[in-house]
Structure formats: structure tokens, C-alpha cells
Design a protein around this ligand. Structure first.
Ligand SMILES: Cc1cc2nc3c(=O)[nH]c(=O)nc-3n(C[C@H](O)[C@H](O)[C@H](O)COP(=O)(O)OP(=O)(O)OC[C@H]3O[C@@H](n4cnc5c(N)ncnc54)[C@H](O)[C@@H]3O)c2cc1C
Length: 404
């Protein structure tokens, strides 16, 4: 490793989204020598995995609205304010990646730009002489507080002026983020929280006949809620339970609750576009016209699969009493018995406690050691919020390091 004497050295451990923008921004300055230590043969593997799905780079919202989607509240505010989705899109534009706002405010690269091209555009900024990328270099611990990296069976002590950790969370381990660092940091006396599931499917013990008939069907235009968390959207019936954009925003709070209870009930509004009163009046009209309950529900544009769910969960009296059926439609209760394994989650909660960091993302207990990205314990739904926060943390840290 070459360390120059007149520049300040920044060692970045982990080469995912948060690390990439940090290195990109630092590389513009003459002040730094930047070393990236990545355990894989390539950088940005999870970024590319995200690209295979929706690839929502960010969510087109002004800071005040944007910040409402993150927990713990206020922790990320200063970074999101300094680098909100407008600034992120402008930054992407500046490296040749134009974006557009798609349905539900999600931001994507314009058609024709592949995820690998976005990654390559960022990597171009790391081609200068002041950036050295060390592949197959795995952080394995600390020696007297200094990070050690394993390279070709050799343990190398990595001295630097600044150390930045960007190891990601603990899902999709084939991308590199296996969460092994958590134990090491805990042993170092740093406040960490155990990993938890976020943005994942939830498990339901379906009736056998129901799942046989309805597996893979979508229930659209509903609203899902647990403990005041929730969103309008849709879900898909899967063999093990439910998946989809209405499920992910509540998945971390439900997973948290499942640590204390075997089952948790979530609420589903099967007809959020209509008030309870409007539903009752439509159901009453159907009954006057002597329609069956099923055709009355169909005339409300409730899907066959939602009707089947209702029927299974209603007593005969509930099914035939307009008032009670209306209540079931507006607040259908679904029992959740588990969450999908961490490995399958789009993101994880847990990691470095936000309380372990100061307002510059520096570990309170370790001077000039910083943490960014998903390895820090914050949470947000899918839809661009995750990458937005990772990029904001990386970008803002570059400015803070320049200012030190
Ligand atoms: C299927 C899927 C789809 C997604 N889709 C979206 C989306 O559309 N929009 C969105 O906003 N977000 C999405 N995400 C989430 C988003 O990709 C992550 O939140 C984000 O990439 C996290 O960035 P990071 O830099 O914190 O960590 P990562 O990108 O995970 O990078 C961490 C890096 O650290 C390296 N590392 C780990 N341990 C060590 C070690 N001991 N030594 C050295 N290196 C190490 C890893 O190999 C990895 O390269 C998706 C995630 C998944 C899994």
C-alpha cells in the first residue's frame, strides 16, 4: 500500500453505494489519498442487485416530506437536507446519468441506461491517482484500535488519518454484506444493535384451499397498517404469506413486534378509496336489488382474492350484515406469524446505533473513525429511500472530512 506523506489518508472499508459516492467526492480534492478495502473482487455488487429489480435511485420529495420516511426520526435529517433527492438527481446528471420520476414519485435512470452504466459512471470518478482500490481485502478486526484487513491470507494493519466503515447491512450476503463486523464492533465497546428484518415478506398461515387457488395473485389498491405505520399499495399472495409495496413499509415494525409475540395482527383497508358510509350505502343498494353478497362486493370492485379472504374470515352473521361486513372491508385483520429470513430482506435494521455517532457520523468512542450507509441503524421503506440515505451519508461525510 502506498501512503503519501503530504496528503491525508482516508481508508474506506467496504465498497458499496455509500462508499462509492464518498470516494468519488473525496477524489476531486487534492487533499486526500483514498484507499478502498473491499472483500469482493468488484465494488457495488448490491447496487447492481438493486438494479435488477425496480432500481429506484431515490424518491422525488422535498426534504421535509422525504425525512418523514426515515426512522429514527431526525437522525438523518441534516444529511438528507444537505443532499436531498433534488441534489442527488443533479449529482447523477453531473456524471452523465439522467433520471426521470416514475409512478409514485420513484426516480429511475432514463430508459436505456443500465444499472452497470450507472456504476461505471461513478467508478470513472475513482480512476485518478489518489484512489487505490484493494479488492479481496476483508476487514477482520482491530489491533490496538487500528483496523486490520486480510489480504491473501496476510493480516495488514491499516493506518490512516481517517477510517470510514461502510459494510452495509446483513442481507443478500452473496453481495458481500454478511454483517460479521457487528460482533467485532461490539467487542470493541461500540454500541451496536442486533440486525432485524426490514423490507421483507411476512408470513401468514394460509388455509390450504385458499392458497391453492390464489397463490401469486395480487390484491391491488388497498392500504395496510400496523401501529400507525402503513401505506396504500398492493400485495401478492405467496405460499408463505404476503409480499409487495404495501407490506415492506410495515415489515420492520411487525418483525420487531414478532420478537415479543408469536402472532401479530395487521390491518388492511380493502377499499381505501371509499368511506365506511359509502361502502354501507353501496352494499345496502345491492341488498335492495337482491344481489348475492359476492356480487355486491364485486360491484364495489373488490377483487376475487380479497373476497375469498373476507369470506374465510367472516362469520355467517358478519357476511350477511351490511354494517359488520363494511367494518371487515375497512379494517380486515390478517394474522402474521413470522417474517422472511434476514438473507432475503431488501434491507436490515440494526448495526451501529445512531447514538454511537456524532453529528459528523464519527464514532463517539473512536476519534476519526466514521460509519455510513446501511450498517448504521436506521430504517426506511423501499422505493428509493434506502439508496437516497446511503448516498446522502457518503456525500455529506466527504464534505465534513474536507472541512476538518
Ligand atoms: C434485492 C434488492 C433490491 C434493492 N432495491 C433497491 C432500490 O430499488 N432502491 C433503493 O433505494 N435501495 C434498494 N436496495 C437497497 C440498497 O441496495 C442498499 O440499501 C444499499 O446498497 C446499501 O449500501 P451500503 O453502501 O450501505 O452497503 P452495500 O451496498 O451492501 O455495500 C457494502 C460493501 O461492504 C463490503 N463488505 C462487507 N463486509 C466487509 C468486510 N468485512 N471487509 C471489506 N468489505 C466488506 C461488501 O462486500 C459490500 O461491497 C435493494 C437491496 C436489495 C437486496
Amino acid at each position: 500500500m502506498n501512503y503519501s506523506h503530504n496528503k491525508r489518508t482516508v481508508n474506506i472499508y467496504g465498497g458499496g453505494s455509500a462508499a462509492l459516492i464518498l470516494a468519488f467526492e473525496l477524489a476531486k480534492s487534492e487533499k486526500f489519498d483514498i484507499h478502498i478495502f473491499e472483500r469482493n473482487k468488484a465494488l457495488g455488487r448490491k447496487f447492481l442487485v438493486a438494479g435488477k429489480g425496480g432500481f429506484n435511485l431515490t424518491h422525488n420529495l422535498e426534504f421535509k416530506e422525504l425525512s418523514k420516511y426515515y426512522r429514527p426520526t431526525e437522525f438523518l435529517d441534516s444529511y438528507l437536507q444537505e443532499f436531498d433527492s433534488v441534489k442527488f438527481r443533479a449529482w447523477l446528471e453531473s456524471i452523465g446519468i439522467s433520471t426521470y420520476v416514475g409512478s409514485s414519485n420513484r426516480v429511475f435512470p432514463v430508459k436505456g441506461i443500465k444499472p452497470i452504466e450507472v456504476l461505471q459512471a461513478i467508478m470513472k470518478g475513482l480512476e485518478g491517482p489518489n484512489v487505490q482500490i484493494h479488492h479481496n481485502s476483508r476487514f477482520i478486526g482491530f489491533e490496538d484500535g487500528v483496523p486490520i484487513v486480510k489480504q491473501e491470507e496476510k493480516a495488514v494493519v491499516c493506518n490512516a488519518d481517517f477510517h470510514v466503515y461502510a459494510f452495509g447491512g446483513s442481507s443478500w450476503t452473496k453481495t458481500g454484506s454478511d454483517g460479521h463486523w457487528l460482533k467485532i464492533f461490539r467487542e470493541e465497546g461500540i454500541k451496536v444493535n442486533d440486525f432485524g428484518a426490514a423490507n421483507c415478506g411476512l408470513e401468514v398461515k394460509w388455509n390450504k384451499d385458499f392458497i391453492k387457488e390464489h397463490e401469486a395473485k395480487h390484491v391491488k389498491n388497498i392500504a395496510m397498517e400496523y401501529n400507525s405505520f402503513g401505506k396504500k399499495g398492493e400485495f401478492t399472495i405467496t405460499k408463505y404469506g404476503i409480499e409487495g409495496n404495501a407490506v415492506y413499509p410495515i415489515s420492520s415494525v411487525v418483525s420487531e413486534a414478532l420478537k415479543l409475540r408469536k402472532e401479530v395482527s395487521i390491518g388492511i383497508d380493502l377499499k381505501p378509496q371509499l368511506s365506511y358510509e359509502a361502502i354501507l350505502s353501496k352494499l345496502d343498494t345491492s341488498i335492495v336489488n337482491k344481489r348475492s353478497v359476492t356480487s355486491a362486493l364485486k360491484s364495489l370492485k373488490i377483487s376475487a382474492v380479497a373476497i375469498a379472504m373476507l369470506k374465510l374470515n367472516c362469520t355467517k352473521t358478519e357476511w350477511t350484515t351490511t354494517r359488520l361486513l363494511g367494518t371487515k372491508i375497512k379494517s380486515f385483520s390478517l394474522s402474521i406469524s413470522g417474517h422472511r429470513p434476514l438473507e432475503e430482506c431488501i434491507s436490515t435494521t440494526g448495526g451501529i446505533s445512531s447514538k454511537a455517532l456524532d453529528s459528523n457520523l464519527m464514532l463517539v468512542q473512536k476519534h476519526n473513525h466514521f460509519c455510513i450507509g446501511e450498517m448504521v441503524d436506521w430504517d426506511a421503506p423501499t422505493g428509493g429511500f434506502l439508496l437516497q440515505a446511503c448516498f446522502a451519508m457518503g456525500y455529506c461525510l466527504s464534505k465534513r472530512l474536507e472541512a476538518i
